[in-house]
Structure formats: structure tokens, C-alpha cells
Ligand binder design. Structure first.
Ligand code: OSB
Ligand code: MG
Length: 368
């Protein structure tokens, strides 16, 4: 298809409650949506960069500059393209995986509207309803986390992920495990807050029968993760470290992890995300779909990805109400602990124009 214009749509969306991780507190999202228009269709993609460069180097303000000055101009100059061309067209620009992923998702959404096929079907998805987990932020007191966990279990979530950090780990996990019993799937996410010197301490988590520990060490510490993995019974899962299928292959070859969290935004797009899925499936490595506190636009795309057969562990894809009082798309709702994979053409969720107006979304139109 030929892209005639691209819009950068930006809006603020508050969370129902603050979300604290080892790297900081977020009280809402500064959302940048990419809207592509061409051949009589439109497509939407979500940029998942955070407001500050704390999870990774990308952040919202900078990604707008990358999109406006470097990525969108290349897309507009590329002429007739398919979704497979987007990554190649944007590849000369180094980095900016989240911004690139938003562009690719928007082009995919538009192209699949034209082809009248859903993203899940086009990607090769095999699951229609996905049992989902919830990522629980840090609180000031252990009791507050236990209360939050109990509430999510009542709502039907099938797996709990606890954020941890030095000083808030073993006792927290012990209290939650005691509260929920031995049968509920439980995992932890450190967001790179530890060093290899903490290995003996982290081994104390082994007794709680965790599904995995996510990203205990820094993004570039692949070799240290391999050393740590040999010292823990809890499987090591990587998030921040896995920025491409090449890095995923290196991490597996090194023994740095035995599980991978796949996020399209972190790896530059849905197609690279699928390549990581394929690599892991071929090697018998379980994967699951992570989240970046997406609006319905990003959530719909993640659900399509998570419907691929190798996604065998519950994703961080929760109901819209876990994040927002009002999502910008139709809300995603939990039914028997599951979210439904969208079946509409393309990504299968579009922003509600009235919501965008109510939120005073700004629109910047770019064209050749
Ligand atoms: O590390 O998985 C993470 C949110 C923002 C940035 C990083 C992470 C997260 C989450 C939330 O854990 C997952 C979600 O529910 O979207
Ligand atoms: Mg993580």
C-alpha cells in the first residue's frame, strides 16, 4: 500500500492507581499513537515508550522527535510498501524500537483492513481466548500488596506477577505465597534492580515455587545472567535484555535465560516479535507476552501476538479496567480469567474519536 499521510496523536491517560516498579512510579501514560492513512484505509499503532528513560533508553518526548524527523519521513518516501518492508525502510535509523514498532503496527493495521483479515489470523494465531495474568506494582507495605493480589484473584486473573526490588523481595513473596496458597501461578519481576553479588539472596526465592524471575540484572549483563541462572532453581526470564531475535539467540546459547518475555515495542515490531516466538518454539523455550501498560490499541495487537501457539505462559495482558477508568478503545474485559483475541479486520481495536476529543488529544499531520 501507499502511505499518503501519517498522524502523531498524543494524549494523557491517567491510571486508576499508581504503578511502582524498581525504576520508578508511573501515574498515567503519555500516549503517542501513530495513524497511517492510504489506499482508502487507516491504521493505528501505539508507541509504548515511558515518560522517562528508566525501563529502557527510549522515552516519549524523544520518540516524537525520532518519529517526526527520521522515521515517518522515511516511511512516506518509501512509496508502495507492504508490512514486511517497514522494518527494512526504518533500519538505517539506529535504535528507537518502540517508535518503529508503532509505525509497523499502524501499517499492518491498515494493510490488514484492506485484506479484510484479522492480525491474529494473519500472524498464525491458534488461540481465541487467552488466560491472562496481572502485574502487581510495589506498595509501601506488604499487606497492601497482599490485598491487591487477593482482589485480582477474585477478579479471575490466573497468574500473579510481583514487582520486586532490593529490600522488598523475599518477605513480600513469602507473604503473598502464604496468602494465595501453593497452586496459584506466581512470578516476580526485578526490572534490572540486582547485581550478581545478590545471587545468594535471590536463591532464597527458590523455596516459593515461582514460575520465573524476570530480568534480575542489568540489560546488557547477558553473561552474568547465565552465571546467575546456574545458581538459581527459579527459571530466569529476560525482558529488557531481549531487544532483537539476534540477542534472543545469543541469550539462549549462553544459557542466560530459559524463558523469554516478548514485547513488540521492545524488539522493534510485531514481525520481529514473531521471529523470537519462532526461534523459541523451535528450541522448546516457553515465551509469554509482556505488557507496557498499553491502551486498547496496543493491547489488541499484543493479544493477537499472544495467540500464537508458542505463547504457553499467561501474558501481562490485563483488562482495560486494571489500568484505566476509560480506555480510548472499547474496553477489554476479563471473562473466566481470559481476554478474547480480537477478530475484527486489522489489529481489531480503534480509538474512539469522541474519547480522543474529550482527552484533548493533539494531532500532528505529516505528509510528503
Ligand atoms: O517490566 O514488564 C515490565 C510496565 C511498564 C514497563 C515495564 C514492565 C511493565 C509491567 C506491566 O510489568 C505489564 C502490563 O500490565 O502492561
Ligand atoms: Mg518486565
Amino acid at each position: 500500500m501507499r502511505i499518503e499521510a501519517v498522524e502523531l496523536v498524543r494524549l494523557q491517560l491517567p491510571f486508576v492507581s499508581p504503578f511502582r516498579t524498581s525504576f520508578g512510579v508511573q501515574t498515567g501514560r503519555d500516549v503517542v499513537l501513530v495513524r497511517v492513512v492510504g489506499d482508502g484505509v487507516e491504521g493505528w499503532g501505539e508507541n509504548v515508550a515511558g515518560e522517562e528513560p528508566l525501563y529502557s533508553a527510549e522515552f516519549v518526548e524523544a520518540s516524537v522527535l525520532a518519529l517526526r524527523h527520521h522515521l515517518v519521513p522515511r516511511l512516506l518516501a518509501a512509496g508502495d510498501i507492504t508490512p514486511f518492508d517497514v522494518a527494512r525502510v526504518l533500519a538505517p535509523v539506529r535504535g528507537w524500537e518502540m517508535a518503529k514498532a508503532a509505525v509497523e503496527a499502524a501499517v499492518l493495521d491498515a494493510e490488514l483492513q484492506r485484506q479484510q483479515v484479522s492480525l491474529a489470523q494473519w500472524l498464525g494465531g491458534t488461540q481465541r481466548r487467552i488466560p491472562v495474568g496481572v502485574s502487581v506494582g510495589l506498595h509501601d507495605h506488604i499487606d497492601q500488596t497482599v490485598t491487591a493480589v487477593n482482589r485480582y484473584l477474585e477478579q479471575g486473573y490466573v497468574r500473579i506477577k510481583l514487582k520486586i526490588e532490593p529490600g522488598c523481595d523475599v518477605d513480600l513473596v513469602r507473604a503473598v505465597r502464604r496468602a494465595i496458597g501453593p497452586d496459584v501461578m506466581l512470578q516476580v519481576d526485578a526490572n534490572a534492580a540486582y547485581t550478581l553479588a545478590d545471587a545468594r539472596h535471590l536463591a532464597r526465592l527458590d523455596e516459593f515455587d515461582l514460575l520465573l524471575i524476570e530480568q534480575p540484572l542489568a540489560e546488557h549483563d547477558l553473561r552474568q545472567h547465565a552465571q546467575l541462572a546456574r545458581m538459581l532453581r527459579t527459571p530466569v526470564c529476560l525482558d529488557e535484555s531481549i531487544t532483537s531475535v539476534q540477542v534472543a539467540a545469543d541469550a539462549l546459547a549462553l544459557g542466560a535465560c530459559s524463558v523469554i518475555n516478548i514485547k513488540p515495542g521492545r524488539v522493534g515490531g510485531l514481525l520481529e516479535a514473531r521471529r523470537i516466538h519462532d526461534l523459541c518454539q523451535a528450541n522448546g523455550v516457553p515465551v509469554w507476552c509482556g505488557g507496557m501498560l498499553e491502551t486498547g490499541v496496543g493491547r489488541a495487537a499484543n493479544l493477537a501476538l499472544a495467540s500464537l501457539p508458542g505463547f504457553t505462559l499467561p501474558p501481562d495482558l490485563s483488562a482495560s479496567s486494571r489500568y484505566f477508568a476509560h480506555d480510548i478503545t472499547r474496553p477489554f474485559e476479563l471473562v473466566d480469567g481470559c481476554l478474547e483475541v480480537p477478530t475484527g479486520h486489522g489489529v481489531g481495536a480503534v480509538p474512539d474519536p469522541q474519547m480522543l476529543r474529550d482527552l484533548d488529544a493533539t494531532v500532528e499531520r505529516l505528509r510528503i
